[in-house]
Design a protein around this ligand. Structure first.
Ligand code: ADP
Ligand code: ZN
Ligand code: MG
Length: 479
């Protein structure tokens, strides 16, 4: 048998940090970073005798996520203790949800090779994040930072409906974009705001039962997830082909070697001994609360796309790229309001801005300038104040040190030369310096004009208005 005779089965447990102002059971800030142990209090440091109070916003955000992913919302839910020991968890239990999660039975739709496919969501529940261990560089020990302890998370558990690493990539991108649109998480992968436990198994095509799965925990890069799945599926197929069997175990993905390794302790052997947290009351969700949250949902990507095609007359291709991220979509709409030139804004986002992000390995959420500044840049081009080649330099500057593009061109002296007298002066100078091109033009080679315009642009360091140059060269040469 070969690789083609097997089917890959994947299920994901995605953890997303919620962007509430305060933590889930106390009023400490959730803000990322800060000096170690400065965003904590007796509650999130697990001092004995303290009592947790559930942050209502956390429930609201989780329900928002549930509604945006077609889940059924519970009318009664509760918090449970998940017991385990780890130095970053001083309480020795994590408050999570066990048998009564807030949201269940949802789905996220992805498009695979032009066909729509629904990926089932088993559940979405709320829980608290743990602290962080900082390992000392000199091997003397580890330091505990509890700033992250008690930051609210939702865990989104998918059914084992995914069949390839490509589908996983599409699913994660879709999920991330939904969470961004409803503004419940900033989804910053580098800051660990979105991370996934990846469960992988393989089975012979046609086989009914799932194969034994392995789990790779806490992955926070889409690229690594795709590579890890491909490697792990291949490894499992090889084990089976050699007559062996796959062990159900937790693996660690190593990005450098591109391989998975068993983690020393087998987490599946753990017994979390879940039980309802006696310090917290049941969570009751009224129909009214559900309805209010439903009404607060913003316009979702599909509807924005329709609007871009119908109202702004953008191609479907552009619209798909723009809605792929809320940050792109908001940037587009904000900039278009200023300059009233949707196609040009779309082009800037799809080409130069995307290129810059890729080069710097940044995400759309990292774009440092505002929609208003991008809109003003397009206005400057449309008014002829700057050429599009200068505009690229202005954009570079906006990435480096965001500020009003008008200010940038003034500071740098990049204003386009559109004064007729000045243009004429340049044209005459270039004609005089290039008799061969003039002769070529007179002999019928129209291309010579392009060369002369190029020379004039070089002479003016890209500042001359190219349309005016072109027109004036032809006028002068025809004289
Ligand atoms: P846990 O990891 O907490 O023990 P579950 O049994 O609920 O939890 O499964 C967790 C994830 O593993 C789910 O996303 C589910 O879709 C996925 N999963 C379960 N069985 C398989 C399998 N045979 N192959 C791939 N993924 C699986
Ligand atoms: Zn606290
Ligand atoms: Mg798991």
């Amino acid at each position: 048998m070969s690789r083609e005779d097997y089917e890959i089965v994947i299920g994901l447990e995605v953890h997303s940090e919620l962007s509430t102002k305060t933590k889930i059971f106390c009023s400490c800030p959730t803000e990322f970073g800060g000096e170690p142990n400065t965003h904590c209090c007796p509650v999130c440091m697990a001092m004995p005798g303290t009592l947790p109070v559930l942050n209502e916003k956390v429930v609201e955000y989780a329900i928002k996520a549930g509604l945006a992913t077609n889940c059924e919302i519970a009318s009664v839910s509760k918090n449970d203790r998940k017991n385990y020991f780890y130095p970053d968890l001083p309480k020795a239990y994590q408050i999570s949800q066990y048998d009564m999660p807030l949201c269940e039975h949802g789905y996220v739709e992805i498009e695979v090779d032009g066909e729509k496919k629904k990926i089932g969501l088993t559940r979405i529940h709320i829980e608290e994040d743990a602290g962080k261990l900082n390992h000392d560089d000199y091997g003397r020990g580890s330091l505990v930072d509890l700033n992250r302890a008690g930051v609210p998370l939702i865990e989104i558990v998918s059914e084992p409906d995914l069949r390839s690493s490509e589908e996983v990539d599409l699913y994660l991108k879709k999920l991330k974009s939904i969470l961004e649109y409803i503004e419940v998480s900033d989804c910053k992968m580098q800051e660990g705001s979105l991370r996934a436990d990846v469960n992988v198994s393989v089975r012979k095509k046609g086989q009914k039962e799932f194969g034994t799965r392995t789990e790779m925990k806490n992955m926070n890069s889409f690229k690594s997830i795709v590579r890890a799945i491909d490697y792990e599926a291949e490894r499992q197929i090889e084990v089976l082909e050699d007559g062996g069997k796959v062990d159900q175990e937790t693996l660690r993905w190593d990005d450098v070697s591109g391989k998975t390794f068993p983690m020393r302790d087998k987490e599946d052997a753990q017994d979390y001994r879940y039980f309802p947290d006696p310090d917290l009351v049941a969570i009751k969700i009224s129909e009214e609360m559900k309805e209010n949250i439903r009404k607060s949902l913003p316009e979702m990507p599909e509807s924005r796309k329709e609007r871009y095609i119908n109202e702004y007359k953008l191609p479907e291709y552009d619209s798909n790229i723009l809605i792929s991220s809320k940050y792109f979509s908001d940037l587009f709409e904000g900039a278009t309001k200023i300059c009233n030139n949707p196609k040009s804004v779309s082009n800037w986002i799809m080409t130069d801005i995307t290129k810059e992000l890729n080069e710097k390995e940044l995400e759309p959420s990292d774009i440092p300038f505002t929609a208003e500044e991008l809109g003003k840049l397009v206005v400057l081009i449309d008014k002829g104040t700057i050429s599009s080649s200068i505009a690229k330099k202005v954009l570079d500057e906006m990435f480096k040190e965001p500020r009003d593009p008008q200010k940038i061109i003034e500071e740098k002296g990049w204003v386009q030369i559109s004064d007729e007298g000045a243009i004429k002066e340049i044209v005459l100078k270039i004609i005089e310096a290039n008799p061969q091109s003039v002769a070529d033009f007179k002999a019928g080679k129209d291309k010579a004009v392009g060369f002369l315009v190029g020379q004039a642009m070089k002479e003016t360091k890209g500042k001359a208005n190219p349309q005016m140059l072109n027109k004036m060269f032809i006028e002068e040469l025809k004289k």
